[in-house]
Design a protein around this ligand. Structure first.
Ligand code: ATP
Ligand code: MG
Length: 579
């Protein structure tokens, strides 16, 4: 546990300290990438509790993903110790679920309601009139048809079910109708904190407005220039009009970037400048290391050549033979020489389809890699089946983790399994592995465990201890940082992404959002950044000529260093190099 008391704000800079120690009332923290948003948010909560007599149970911190919530919780534990447990840290979904559990009947639900699984939602859609399962499945991804919606909801309710949208819309209706109840919640959580406020959608926004009165202690933090979820209904204009929505709102800006080297910060600022949503945006590098290296730029002949560039560069960074050596002493020697380790390196791309060629190249070169995704646990085969069995299994003894394993094993042994929904025993075993850490975290609380799955706990595919290169999409990279980042596929049509035929009406705003995505990508890098693009690439089944992303033109060429094309290829006899 970190020291509480006088030293609490010592680890913050002057602006962060202003934000963390500001008095109550509405406050918007506008903060660029790498400026310490999470750090400031957690220190503010800790400071209020430790120094300003705010009770932890009066604090509600809302994030967008379970992973972000877990991280916030961990950091609060570090600052506040045991009393951090009393702070409510929730995602919008888990918050909505908690409110509905407390007032099920009033919300028109039975006390035993639960969250529908995907198969149940599909069934309800088909009953409501969707042409077939495929159409229903598509609707779940594109939004449920207005016409069907009413019958679909009715069907769900008959089965004592709610869907994820209901988790936010039902509490909104409930609180809108019952102002007394709204007041009770406002009194209970008199301090509300929201991270990544630029990504709220209209319903989440409404819930927040109900929970926090216009002059309430709402602290919203975010960066409009990192708003990248409009395709999911998020609307950055809520962030931009915070000052109108909340009375005498204080705005604090954090402008010192602690994450990236000076050239990386400079390039990022130039990249976002043409369409920045933050008037007078500033981002100043706190790191002014004289040995900072320029940003590498590589023009590849093809996607395969680009992948080869990534492999070659990783080889150089990690130090040739070390990763293939079984002699651990040698690896240590390289580390002492200051070379990078695989875990320091991330490869970012716009679309998942780009990953394949890179994964193959890394694997051929013997470089360990792991893909990280936004995958939800509940979407993995076998997870819903185990959850359902667990819900109805009675008389099982042991810890929740043990019960998960047992239920899964029984399920895997059932002969009808393959015929029934195409589930293979191996899927079930993988599901057991995925569920076990969550079961351990939930202690013996089955309801909590099931709710975590239903409200979107992510697959923790990434093991932070693994010595592997991380591959991930730009969306999944949000909020993360790595010493070395490769931003691949920086080509017109891929970043910005355009579909064949092009989208028309929303094109301009789409391109702005793509630029923000590029900005998010650049700002994940701490020490070294490599940008690459290919002259030819297979897209939609055909080889196409590609040109560099127009976003690159905004970056001062003086910050970039051409890599590769002209350099002679080193002979790469992998067999010989294997020890
Ligand atoms: P993003 O917008 O990308 O999510 P962020 O604003 O949330 O960025 P953080 O991830 O909280 O930024 O911080 C970026 C890095 O800077 C972290 O490694 C963090 O530890 C470090 N950092 C933040 N504030 C300070 C500080 N005052 N002194 C030293 N390091 C800091
Ligand atoms: Mg962050």
């Amino acid at each position: 546990m970190e020291e509480v008391g006088t030293g609490l704000l010592d680890r913050l800079d002057a602006l962060q300290r202003v934000a963390a120690s500001a008095p109550g009332g509405p406050m918007l923290i506008v903060a660029g990438p790498g400026t310490g948003k999470t750090r400031t948010l957690t220190h503010r909560i800790a400071y209020l509790c430790a120094e300003m007599h705010v009770l932890p149970e009066e604090c509600l911190a809302i994030t967008f993903t379970r992973r972000a919530a877990d991280e916030l919780r961990q950091r609060l534990d570090g600052l506040l110790g045991d009393s951090a447990e009393d702070v409510t840290v929730a995602t919008f979904h888990s918050l909505g679920l908690a409110i509905l559990r407390e007032h099920a009947e009033q919300a028109g639900l039975s006390p035993t309601f639960r969250i529908a699984e995907e198969a149940e939602r599909i069934a309800a859609l088909v009953v409501a009139g969707a042409a077939d399962e495929t159409a229903a499945r598509r609707m779940l991804r594109e939004g449920v048809d207005e016409e069907l919606r009413e019958r679909y909801v009715k069907g769900l309710r008959e089965g004592d079910l709610v869907d994820l949208d209901d988790l936010v819309t039902l509490p909104v209706s409930l609180l809108r109708e019952d102002t007394e109840l709204t007041d009770r919640y406002r009194a209970r959580w008199s301090w509300v904190f929201v991270d990544e406020y630029q990504d709220v959608d209209p319903v989440q926004y409404e819930l927040l407005r109900l929970l926090a009165p216009p002059d309430g202690n709402l602290c919203a933090i975010g960066d409009p220039d990192q708003a990248i979820y409009s395709f999911r209904g998020a609307d950055v204009s809520f962030f931009l009009r915070f000052g109108q929505d909340f009375v005498d709102a204080r705005t604090v800006r954090l402008t010192r970037n602690y994450r990236s080297s000076a050239p990386i910060v400079a390039a990022a600022v130039q990249a976002i400048a043409p369409t920045s949503l933050v008037p007078g945006r500033r981002l100043d590098p706190a790191r002014l290391d004289p040995e900072a290296v320029p940003i590498g730029l590589y023009t590849a002949a093809s996607a395969a050549d680009e992948a080869d560039f990534v492999v070659r560069t990783i080889d150089e960074l990690v130090g040739g033979l070390s990763h293939r050596s079984l002699d651990s002493g040698r690896i240590d020697a390289h580390a002492a020489a200051g070379s990078m380790s695989f875990a320091d390196i991330a490869v970012l791309y716009r679309t998942d389809a780009q990953a394949g060629v890179i994964v193959d190249a890394l694997s051929r070169a013997g470089i360990p890699a792991q893909k990280r995704s936004h995958d939800r646990l509940r979407d993995r085969p076998g997870v819903a089946a185990i959850a359902r069995e667990l819900r109805y299994a009675t008389g099982l003894a042991g810890s929740l983790a043990a019960r998960v394993r047992l239920t899964g094993q029984l399920l895997a042994e059932r002969p009808t399994l393959d015929a029934d929904g195409g589930l293979a025993p191996q899927d079930v075993h993988t599901a057991i592995e995925l569920l076990t850490p969550l079961a351990v975290r939930c202690g013996d609380d089955l309801e909590k465990f099931l709710a975590e799955i239903a409200t979107g706990a992510e697959v923790d595919a990434l093991d932070p201890r693994a010595q592997a290169v991380t591959l991930l999409t730009l969306h999944a990279a949000k909020g993360l940082e790595f010493p070395v980042v490769f931003l691949v596929g920086c080509e017109d049509g891929l970043l910005p992404l355009r579909f064949p035929g092009g989208s028309t009406a929303r094109e301009d705003s789409n391109v702005d959002e793509e630029r923000r995505l590029f900005f998010v990508g650049l700002t994940r890098a701490q020490d070294r950044l490599y940008i690459s693009h290919a002259r030819r690439r297979t897209r939609y089944g055909a080889e196409r000529d590609m040109v560099a992303s127009p976003f690159l033109a905004a970056i001062d060429p003086g910050l970039l260093e051409r890599r590769g094309d002209e350099a002679p290829r080193r002979p790469r006899d992998r067999q010989l190099r294997l020890i």
